[in-house]
Design a protein around this ligand. Structure first.
Ligand SMILES: Cc1cc2nc3c(=O)[nH]c(=O)nc-3n(C[C@H](O)[C@H](O)[C@H](O)COP(=O)(O)OP(=O)(O)OC[C@H]3O[C@@H](n4cnc5c(N)ncnc54)[C@H](O)[C@@H]3O)c2cc1C
Ligand SMILES: NC(=O)c1ccc[n+]([C@@H]2O[C@H](COP(=O)([O-])OP(=O)(O)OC[C@H]3O[C@@H](n4cnc5c(N)ncnc54)[C@H](OP(=O)(O)O)[C@@H]3O)[C@@H](O)[C@H]2O)c1
Length: 275
């Protein structure tokens, strides 16, 4: 038995006894540090597109290692999808990256989060601003019909260091107009603006720089952001979130919350360095 199957066997044995176990149905590795997977959905789980839950695996002693994960699938989907980083020495993802269909993970069915449509005042354009795995909540919201019922235009800006890291988002966005379930809602409302910062690509630069310089508005043929028409959701590292917040405030947008909807909302994609 190799080391990997031992890890999986230990995980499977200890999780099966837990009440919050869900079964993995699909795994796709996008790069050596990014993967997505789908699991069964607890019958009782209701969530709003954009929310996150705690998921995890047991450690060697059977104690759960739990981390926050945005649900990447929309609220109507019968399974749950997640999009994950692989941190080489990360307590959870050093194990989670080895899951395969049939394995079980722990999923605490208590969804929460600020990246929900209810936390924004009505508007005309909705901007999704994400770096790295921060695209996960927007993978959910981009597949929710309500997003397109509420907004005339939806703009997905996603930035990674390298082009291969954009691939999960690219394939998802490009599949949506022809999707049998959601395609008619999406129509031509969804605009996609992927950029890289450390590898040559057709569009480059940080989201902050492309907003501040106005390049994204010129490239997409859109008017600059204003508080009357534009709403935004932000998800990335702490440093990214702070820098984007400052720019959105310069455009006149104010930060909202579930209990106090305004023009933009923010959530961390990961807690860590980078400030
Ligand atoms: C609200 C919220 C939602 C989240 N949603 C997701 C999600 O959908 N997908 C996801 O992969 N992660 C997500 N995370 C991060 C996640 O909770 C874990 O941190 C991540 O799975 C790594 O776990 P770990 O135990 O392996 O390492 P940790 O000990 O948790 O992290 C180690 C270090 O790795 C870096 N890191 C952690 N997560 C990321 C990341 N996503 N991208 C880049 N660097 C990272 C940070 O520097 C961190 O200090 C979310 C975090 C929060 C707070
Ligand atoms: N991505 C990789 O290939 C890679 C490989 C090995 C290890 N890591 C490590 O993994 C961790 C996370 O890396 P990551 O690439 O997922 O996330 P990241 O460092 O947050 O970078 C993701 C994207 O966000 C941009 N960005 C970062 N801070 C920003 C800010 N304040 N304002 C605007 N844009 C900002 C980056 O641009 P810039 O490129 O301009 O910073 C990059 O395009 C880091 O500690 C890194 O050292 C990453």
């Amino acid at each position: 038995m190799n080391e990997l199957s031992t890890v999986n066997d230990i995980a499977a044995k200890s999780v099966r006894t837990l009440p919050d176990a869900q079964t993995v149905t699909h795994v796709h590795h996008w790069t050596d540090r990014l993967f997505s997977f789908r699991v069964t959905r607890p019958k009782s789980l209701r969530f709003r597109s954009g929310e996150f839950v705690m998921i995890g695996l047991p450690d060697e002693n059977g104690k759960p290692i739990l981390r926050a994960y945005s649900i990447a699938s929309p609220s109507w989907d019968e399974e749950l999808e997640f999009y994950s980083i692989k941190v080489p020495d990360g307590p959870l993802t050093s194990r989670l990256q080895h899951i395969k269909p049939g394995d079980q993970i722990i999923l605490r069915p208590k969804p929460v989060g600020t990246l929900v449509l209810d936390a924004l005042l009505p508007g005309k354009r909705l901007w999704f601003l994400a770096t790295g795995t921060g695209i996960a909540p927007f993978a959910s919201l981009m597949r929710d019909p309500e997003t397109y019922e509420k907004y005339d235009q939806v703009i997905m800006m996603h930035t990674c260091r390298e082009a291969a890291e954009l691939e999960y988002g690219r394939q998802l966005v490009e599949s949506l107009p022809d999707d049998p379930l959601i395609g008619e809602f999406v129509g031509d409302k969804l605009k996609y603006y992927p950029t890289t910062t450390r590898e040559q690509f057709h569009h480059m630069g940080r989201i902050t720089d492309n907003l501040r310089s106005g390049k994204v508005f010129q490239d997409l043929g859109l008017s600059p952001m204003n508080a009357a028409d534009d709403r935004a959701m932000v998800c990335g590292s702490l440093a990214f979130n702070l820098d984007v917040k400052a720019i959105l405030e310069e455009f006149g947008l104010r930060e909202g919350a579930n209990s106090d909807p305004k023009e933009y909302v923010v959530e961390k994609a990961f807690v860590g360095d980078g400030i």
